[in-house]
Design a protein around this ligand. Structure first.
Ligand SMILES: Nc1nc2c(ncn2[C@@H]2O[C@H](COP(=O)(O)OP(=O)(O)OP(=O)(O)O)[C@@H](O)[C@H]2O)c(=O)[nH]1
Ligand SMILES: [Mg+2]
Length: 354
């Protein structure tokens, strides 16, 4: 269940600079609007210090962190839905992502052109929100005639059509689909539309280098995460000890990547559990509240289908016992059944039968 995140924002706000720093992948970052035309996809390892600590004990052949995929797309401008700038067709590239990060320009460098003249994050959020809603409206308006036709043959589709029509009104009033009040059934009705404004959103404030530790005012009810894309791009070439020192000098405990991923996990209600053995120590991403069989299913569907039990050691117990044998001797290895709610950091070993 690799998490995927689409990056949106006005042109020239630093999306590609951030993407390149996060993914260490050469997208094109340049001081002209619409530098990015084709989407870039990059996979990032989720930083988690616990993995190394587990590996120090288990001495595996390899460490496998969880991963997050970022998709960097072109900048959106006011009127993109009518074809302004590069239009909005490229939004299709983030239809399947789990969440959206909007990059906002906070940095002051006057040498970098701002497509709206000057920096105003609140206005910028509004422009992007409107364009995303208009893109969703286009999706909905395209779906309705087809649904009308099919609903004549299939009664079950009449309810779906009704939901989609109500949603159309809601979007037309300028609201995000995420705020549309829905029953679970109605939520299913609109699922296959993959609406952009249904996705949870995070805001990244691309700040001046000396403001990466700032606490910012909320925008649209959400506190943006301050990240200096410039600082992040300077970090990538450093070795870990140098990075730590550098971050401390900036008043930061964690890199922008760590803060962003942490926020994304929180927003999406995700956490990690581990498997630890001779071959690998590995992090697996699961929803908070997932039960043992569901967690097992992330490794393989057979593990879920044939789930019997899970040998489970809490992360701290694993470390305190210097591994499985010590934890077992201390009575800290639990046999958990199918109703066990997995805790963040659990070290698990599944028994299954198919
Ligand atoms: N001073 C400063 N300049 C930055 C920062 N982040 C990006 N820039 C500059 O801003 C310009 C645009 O950056 P990009 O990353 O290409 O912006 P983008 O949002 O991907 O732009 P498009 O692909 O055109 O939509 C480049 O010249 C960057 O060097 C920053 O944190 N501080
Ligand atoms: Mg770009």
């Amino acid at each position: 269940m690799a998490l995927s995140i689409g990056i949106v924002g006005l042109p020239n706000v630093g999306k590609s600079t951030l993407f390149t720093a996060l993914t260490r992948k050469g997208g094109l970052a340049a001081n002209y609007p619409f530098a990015t035309i084709e989407p870039n996809v990059g996979v990032v390892e989720v930083p988690d210090e616990r993995l190394q600590k587990l590996a120090d004990i288990a001495k595996p052949e390899r460490i496998m962190p969880a991963t997050v995929e970022f998709v960097d797309i072109a900048g959106l401008v006011k009127g993109a839905n009518k074809g302004e700038g590069l239009g909005n067709q490229f939004l299709a590239n983030i239809r399947e992502t789990d969440a959206i990060v909007e990059v906002l320009r906070y940095f002051s460098d006057e040498d970098v052109i701002h497509v709206e003249g000057k920096s105003d994050p609140e206005r910028d959020v509004d422009i992007i929100k409107t364009e995303l809603i208009l893109a969703d409206l286009a999706t909905v308006e395209k779906a309705i005639p087809r649904l009308e036709k099919d609903a004549k043959r299939d009664k079950a589709l009449a309810a779906k059509l009704e939901t989609v029509r109500r949603l159309e009104v809601w979007l037309n009033e300028g609201h995000r689909a995420l705020r549309f009040e829905m029953t679970d059934v109605e939520r299913d009705h609109i699922y296959d539309l993959h609406l952009l404004t249904m996705k949870p959103m995070l805001y990244v404030a691309n700040v001046d280098e000396d403001k990466a530790a700032a606490v910012l005012d909320p925008i649209d009810g959400v506190v943006p995460i301050p990240i200096s894309a410039k600082v992040e791009s300077e970090i990538i070439d450093m070795d870990p000890s140098e990075t730590k020192e550098f971050l401390e000098m900036m008043g930061l405990e964690q890199s922008g990547l760590e803060r962003l991923i942490k926020a994304a996990y929180q927003l999406l209600g995700l956490q990690s559990y581990f498997t630890a053995g001779e071959i690998e120590v590995r992090a697996w991403t699961i929803p908070v509240g997932a039960k043992a069989p569901q967690a097992a299913g992330v490794i393989h569907t057979d593990f879920e289908r044939g789930f019997i039990k899970a040998e489970t050691i809490g992360y701290n117990d694993y470390i305190a016992g210097s591994g499985e044998a010590g934890a077992r001797a201390a009575g800290k290895l639990r046999l958990e059944g199918k109703d066990y709610v997995v805790q963040d950091g659990d070290v698990m070993h599944f028994k299954f039968n198919v």
